[in-house]
Design a protein around this ligand. Structure first.
Ligand code: SAM
Length: 279
């Protein structure tokens, strides 16, 4: 094993067969593994016969631990970073460590593998040429709605991580802010026994979860179809013309409300188009 290198190693998000052979080789060969939760990662290490010593590296000790690990790299040792599941740093600890190691002039080498976001995106059927990842939304509804409002007019696919405790509350906020008709894809328990991918309008997906409490369990990636795609499909040139005309006299909200009355399109949808027309 090359010395003085930090390896950022992805681990499975459910199915242990997704651990890469290179990941196992690296974890066996390094001097120390920095793990988000050493007790959690011990199970993975035992499964693959990895006996390398581990040290904890999580959000509460990352600053201090990073300094210790930089010292070990300076002494010629090699280090691997893992999180509880998936790719470290993706809604997981590791940023402080990677930054410090790079600043200290040592190499950081990725050992790629699972990431729930990418796995969900790959099966969603949503546009993948451009996408935006928000990570976790705020736990409180008011903060969550603020973030959703900020993303409502994004024209590309976007995604958030969500936990079992909040999925229904979150979907209620999605409905309020994005409208009941926005098309979403809910990827649950990817690579695990109860893997499900539900797709439809926010209202339809919310209904599926309300009808079957099992669908509310586990880990989720919520993917949202970009606003532009929706608009391109639905808002015709006639409505756009009216909007453009009214926008020269009225604020976007008012113009959207009038055109909504005239055409039957949703106010929110027209408001997004109005903002776009205003540049
Ligand atoms: N670093 C991880 C990655 O690369 O995806 C993500 C860690 S983040 C703390 C955990 C969140 O990722 C979960 O709450 C869920 O939103 C998502 N997630 C992780 N595993 C998942 C799975 N098997 N199916 C669906 N979502 C998953």
């Amino acid at each position: 094993m090359s010395e003085s290198i930090l390896y950022v190693v992805s681990t499975p998000i459910g199915n242990l067969d997704d651990m890469t052979p290179r990941g196992i080789t690296v974890l066996k060969a390094v001097d120390v593994i920095a793990a988000e939760d050493t007790r959690h990662s011990r199970k993975l290490m035992n499964h693959f016969g990895i006996e390398t010593p581990m040290v904890p590296c999580h959000e509460h000790n990352e600053g201090y631990q990073s300094e210790q690990l930089v010292k070990r790299l300076a002494a010629g040792e090699s280090v691997a970073l893992v999180s509880d599941a998936g790719t470290p740093l993706i809604s997981d600890p590791g940023f402080v460590l990677v930054r410090k190691v790079r600043e200290a002039g040592f190499r950081v080498v990725p050992v790629p593998g699972c990431c729930a976001l990418i796995a969900a995106l790959s099966v969603s059927g949503l546009a993948t040429d451009r996408f935006y990842f928000e990570g976790f939304l705020p736990a409180k509804s008011s903060g969550r709605k603020k973030r959703l409002e900020a993303m409502a007019a994004y024209t590309h696919t976007w995604a958030v991580y969500e936990s079992t405790h909040r999925i229904l509350d979150s979907l209620a906020d999605f409905k309020e802010v994005l409208g009941a008709d926005r098309y979403i894809v809910l990827a649950r328990e990817i690579t695990k026994t109860f893997e499900t991918v539900l797709a439809g309008s926010v209202e339809e997906v919310e209904y599926m979860l309300q009808e079957d409490s099992n669908q509310c369990r586990g880990e989720f990636v919520v993917l949202v179809q970009g606003a532009e795609e929706e608009k391109r499909e639905e808002v015709d040139s006639e409505a756009r013309k009216w909007l453009e005309r009214l926008l020269s006299e009225l604020p976007p909200k008012k113009a959207a409300a009038i055109v909504a009355d005239m055409t039957g399109y949703r106010k929110k949808q027209l408001y997004d188009v109005a903002l776009e027309l205003k540049g």
